[in-house]
Write a protein that binds this ligand. Sequence first.
Ligand code: NAG
Ligand code: NAG
Ligand code: NAG
Ligand code: NAG
Ligand code: NAG
Ligand code: NAG
Ligand code: NAG
Length: 560
Amino acid sequence: MPLSLYAFILCLMYLSSSKAETCQNEGEEFHRFFVVNGQPLHLPCPIYHGSMTENNFSVSWYKYGSKNPIGFDRMSRIHQHENYLKFIPAVLEDSEWYLCVLGNSTQCYQKGSKVEVFNYDEGVCYSKPTLYPAEGFTDQSISLQCPHMEAYFDDTSTKIEWFKDCIPLNLSSDQYYAIKNALTITKGTKENEGKYTCEAPYYFNGTRYKLSRTSDLVLRAPLKQSSPAIINPTNNIMHVDLGSFVSVTCTVLFKKESVAFDFIYWTLEDGDLIENYVGYNEWIIVGDLYTNSTNDNEHWLTVDLNFTAIREEDYNRTFFCSTTSGSRAFIMFKHPDPNFQGFLIVFFVSLVIVIVITLILFKIFKVDIVLFYRSNCVAKVILNDGKIYDAYVMYPKNTNRNSSYTMDIFALKVLPEVLERQCFYRLFIFGRDDIPGQATVDVIDNAISQSRRLVIILGNTSSEYRLENDFEQQIAMYDALIRNKTKVILLELERIADYSNMPESIKYIKQKQGVVRWKGEFTEANLSTSSKFWKNLRYRLPPEQPQSVEDSNYITTDDL
Ligand SMILES: *[C@@H]1O[C@H](CO)[C@@H](O)[C@H](O)[C@H]1NC(C)=O
Ligand SMILES: *[C@@H]1O[C@H](CO)[C@@H](O)[C@H](O)[C@H]1NC(C)=O
Ligand SMILES: *[C@@H]1O[C@H](CO)[C@@H](O)[C@H](O)[C@H]1NC(C)=O
Ligand SMILES: *[C@@H]1O[C@H](CO)[C@@H](O)[C@H](O)[C@H]1NC(C)=O
Ligand SMILES: *[C@@H]1O[C@H](CO)[C@@H](O)[C@H](O)[C@H]1NC(C)=O
Ligand SMILES: *[C@@H]1O[C@H](CO)[C@@H](O)[C@H](O)[C@H]1NC(C)=O
Ligand SMILES: *[C@@H]1O[C@H](CO)[C@@H](O)[C@H](O)[C@H]1NC(C)=O
């Protein structure tokens, strides 16, 4: 059977050569496998074409330039195990290209992988070319992985040790904590920069090998994130009419330093999306997200919020325009301000009415108010004007010496009874208090200048009426009035219809300030200080003086 054997060998050769020829070359793996001399390396096949089992794929490894696949003998330092090419351990001479061939009976693929083995650097636990770069930010927590360890352990119980610059880290301090194959630095500072080495044991054929990875950690200051600027709305209160159309555009400006991706949307007070608002898509329409950009440094995002007709429920609500980075600004609707001008007019008209009513009331109750005020507020104040009398009382004398003359009764009995006895006024009554024999002009002038008021009692009966010492009295009166500016009170004992016979001064005073008119008989009731007549008179008189003041200056005569 040599022929058939030959034919079989030929056939095998053909098959293997055709297989090699048809094997699809996928070039070289970009990733290099760096390993420190003496450490184990599991080199994975860099080809992937779907499920290994479903496609009945098998893997074989070759050293570049070698036609013989590397064997499966576990006792060999370099051997294939499953799909891996294992170097236990790797040594410097292993720095080579290795070819992985993946195939089934119909398909074949091949791809090269580079292994580079380095010695430890002098005096340290790592080799520079094998360093993994790592980055973090100061003031933030940093997570360091122990890279490419998954392929070496079946379980996660393997304890990983950590070193910083080849000195073991104190993992029980608050500054670090290690979970599985990651190390966390709680708060990065510049001092945390350095070479972090993670180390794990690897056991094979009864020998303990060391597996280690070293990361070169560099820390940077955190990126300054300028939060996006919401241009509109600007925390607005908008006064809008019920039923009116309102369009609010949320415009947000993103600067280059802003977070790369952001999004803007309308929400309600509680953060709920506007989509959950009762009027959404009924009378509220939210526009699409539009973006424009002038240059690389900034771009705008806009979203419209339109109300086709404002409803009652839209008032007093805050509609927020929010960004994913947390900024937000609101718009709130209020009813239009009430007509302010109208309000002002109403206000001022009311004010005028109030003032007028107050004035009228004051006019009506002036006497009561002033008397009340005096009795409650200034009654205890002693007028310190150096005057002795509150009033100088002047009245036409009865030339007939008729004792029933009402003028005398009023001036000498009624007036003192009420004003002096009840109200404690001090009166100088001409004809009662003057001392006979003194010059009339002197007496009058002196008395008037020491009086705060001048009371002139007027009567009607022309036959009876005339001022005694008419001429002298008038001269004295004018003199006193002009010099002392004494106020005059006109008192009508009865209604006087005709003033034509009166002196000009009396006419003038009556016209200027009116008169106090007596009404009725001299009854008990009419002698009450609270009657209208006495109130009016007291009002015109100066404030009543305190009762404690001595009446020593009086010459009281109860005759007549
Ligand atoms: C071989 O692998 C290819 C995919 O590359 C697959 O389509 C084919 O069915 C496989 N052949 C066998 C015999 O499994
Ligand atoms: C793939 O392998 C399985 C056994 O592993 C075999 O039963 C099946 O027939 C193979 N398929 C092909 C297409 O060779
Ligand atoms: C495995 O261990 C045995 C016995 O200790 C030793 O003779 C052999 O060289 C070892 N093989 C390898 C690949 O280290
Ligand atoms: C590690 O840190 C803990 C807590 O800070 C401390 O108690 C312990 O002494 C430290 N151990 C070493 C070896 O520095
Ligand atoms: C909202 O109203 C504005 C102004 O009328 C209009 O330009 C915009 O297209 C409206 N947007 C939507 C979504 O209706
Ligand atoms: C982009 O939109 C903003 C806001 O609407 C506007 O101010 C700006 O001019 C726009 N830029 C461009 C290039 O259209
Ligand atoms: C809105 O609030 C104001 C006062 O804060 C209130 O007078 C008004 O009635 C409220 N309007 C609505 C519609 O609730």
